[in-house]
Ligand binder design. Structure first.
Ligand code: SF4
Ligand code: MG
Length: 339
C-alpha cells in the first residue's frame, strides 16, 4: 500500500555568498493515513525546512529527491498545481496564527473565503461551513465568534481558528509546525488534545514539527529525530521512549522535565551548539557534542569524526550512529504518558 506521504532522499540547499547551505540532507520518511509523525530537532535541524519543502513553499532553494503525495510527485510541480493541492490535499498550521490571519476580516469571513476559493462554494454555504468548523474545533458560541476579528481571540483560540481554517478544505495531510510553542502549558495541552482528536476522527496523516519530545509523546505514533539536517533516529514513539538508540535522542530525553520527580531533576540540556550547515564535518554531525564518542577510545572517536554514519535498521529503530545504544543501555521512564 502506497503511504499518503513519502519522502525519499530529500536534500534542500540554499545558495549563500559563502556557498550552499545544506539545510536538509538525504532525508527519507513516510506517513500513512491515520498516523502522526513527530519530527523533532533543535532550531536549525532542518525540520521546518522539510515541512516547507513538502508544502512547496520554499523559494530560492535547490530541492532534490522525491516527495510524493498519494503517489504523485511534488518536487518540480508547477506552482499552480501545488496551489491546488495546498488546502485540498495538504494544509499547514504555524506557531504564530496571528501572522497568518488577516487583521481586518472576521475569522468567519476568512474561513469562508478559504473554503470558497478551494471548493467554489457559494457565499452563504461557505459561511455556514465556517461556523461548523469553529464548532468542530471547540470554539464556544461559534455563530457569534465567527463575526469577530483575530485580535479578539486569545492565543489558544486563535490556534483553534487556524486549525478550523486548515480543516475547512478537508485535507488528507496536516502539517503542524510548533503549533503550541507560543502557548502556556494548559492551553498547549488542550491544543494537542484537539489535534489528536481531529487526527483520529478524520483519519488524517499529521506531521508534527517540534523541538519537544514531550509533545511527541502526547500526539505522535512515530518519531523522526533530526540533527544537522539529517536523520539521527526513526522509530515508533514507544520504542524511542523505551530505549533510544541514538545518543542525541538520549540527550533529548534526558533534558525533558521528569514528572515523577519534578523538583529533584533539573533540566540537563545537551552542552554545545548545533553544527555548521555551511561547512559540515565529514563524519557524524553530532560528534563534537556526543558523550559516547570520546570514552570509546581513539579508534572509535576517529571513525565518528571521519566517517558519516548512514541510517541502518537496528532492533526496530532506524539509527544513524556508529555506536548505537542497546536496549539494556537505556532504562528510561517516560516523563509523560505515551499514547
Ligand atoms: Fe556519537 Fe559517534 Fe554515534 Fe555520532 S556516530 S552519535 S559521534 S557515537
Ligand atoms: Mg522552525
Amino acid at each position: 500500500v502506497e503511504p499518503l506521504l513519502s519522502v525519499r532522499d530529500l536534500t534542500v540547499a540554499f545558495p549563500t555568498g559563502d556557498g550552499p547551505v545544506r539545510a536538509v540532507d538525504s532525508l527519507s520518511f513516510r506517513v500513512e493515513r491515520g498516523r502522526t509523525l513527530g519530527i523533532v530537532g533543535e532550531s536549525g535541524s532542518g525540520k521546518s525546512v522539510t515541512s516547507m519543502a513538502v508544502m512547496g513553499l520554499l523559494t530560492g532553494a535547490e530541492v532534490s529527491g522525491s516527495i510524493t503525495l498519494e503517489g504523485r510527485e511534488l518536487v518540480g510541480l508547477a506552482e499552480r498545481e501545488l496551489n491546488r493541492l495546498r488546502g485540498r490535499k495538504m494544509a499547514m498550521i504555524f506557531q504564530d496564527p496571528l501572522s497568518s490571519l488577516h487583521p481586518y476580516y472576521t475569522v468567519g469571513e476568512q474561513i469562508a473565503e478559504h473554503h470558497r476559493v478551494h471548493f467554489g462554494s457559494r457565499r452563504a454555504a461557505a459561511r455556514g461551513r465556517a461556523v461548523e468548523m469553529l464548532a468542530e474545533v471547540g470554539i464556544p458560541e461559534p455563530r457569534r465568534r465567527a463575526g469577530e476579528y483575530p485580535h479578539q481571540f486569545s492565543g489558544g483560540m486563535r490556534q483553534r481558528v487556524m486549525i478550523a481554517m486548515a480543516l475547512a478544505c478537508e485535507p488528507d495531510l496536516l502539517i503542524a509546525d510548533e503549533p503550541t510553542t507560543a502557548l502556556d502549558v494548559t492551553v498547549q495541552a488542550q491544543i494537542l488534545e484537539l489535534i489528536a482528536r481531529i487526527q483520529q476522527e478524520r483519519s488524517l496523516a499529521v506531521v508534527m514539527i517540534t523541538h519537544d519530545l514531550g509533545v511527541v509523546a502526547r500526539v505522535a505514533h512515530d518519531v523522526l529525530v533530526m540533527y544537522g539536517g539529517r536523520v539521527a533516529e526513526q522509530a515508533s514513539v514507544e520504542a524511542v521512549f523505551a530505549a533510544p538508540a541514538h545518543p542525541y535522542t538520549r540527550g533529548l530525553l534526558d533534558s525533558l522535565p521528569r514528572l515523577d520527580d519534578p523538583d529533584d531533576a533539573p533540566l540537563r540540556a545537551i552542552p554545545g551548539s548545533p553544527p555548521s550547515l555551511l561547512a559540515p564535518a565529514p563524519g557524524c554531525a553530532f560528534a563534537p557534542r556526543c558523550p559516547r564518542a570520546a570514552p570509546a577510545g581513539a579508534e572509535a572517536r576517529e571513525r565518528c569524526e571521519r566517517i558519516r554514519p548512514h541510517p541502518v535498521a537496528v532492533a526496530g529503530h532506524t539509527v544513524a550512529c556508529h555506536l548505537p545504544l542497546g536496549p539494556a543501555a537505556a532504562p528510561y521512564a517516560p516523563p509523560r504518558e505515551v499514547t
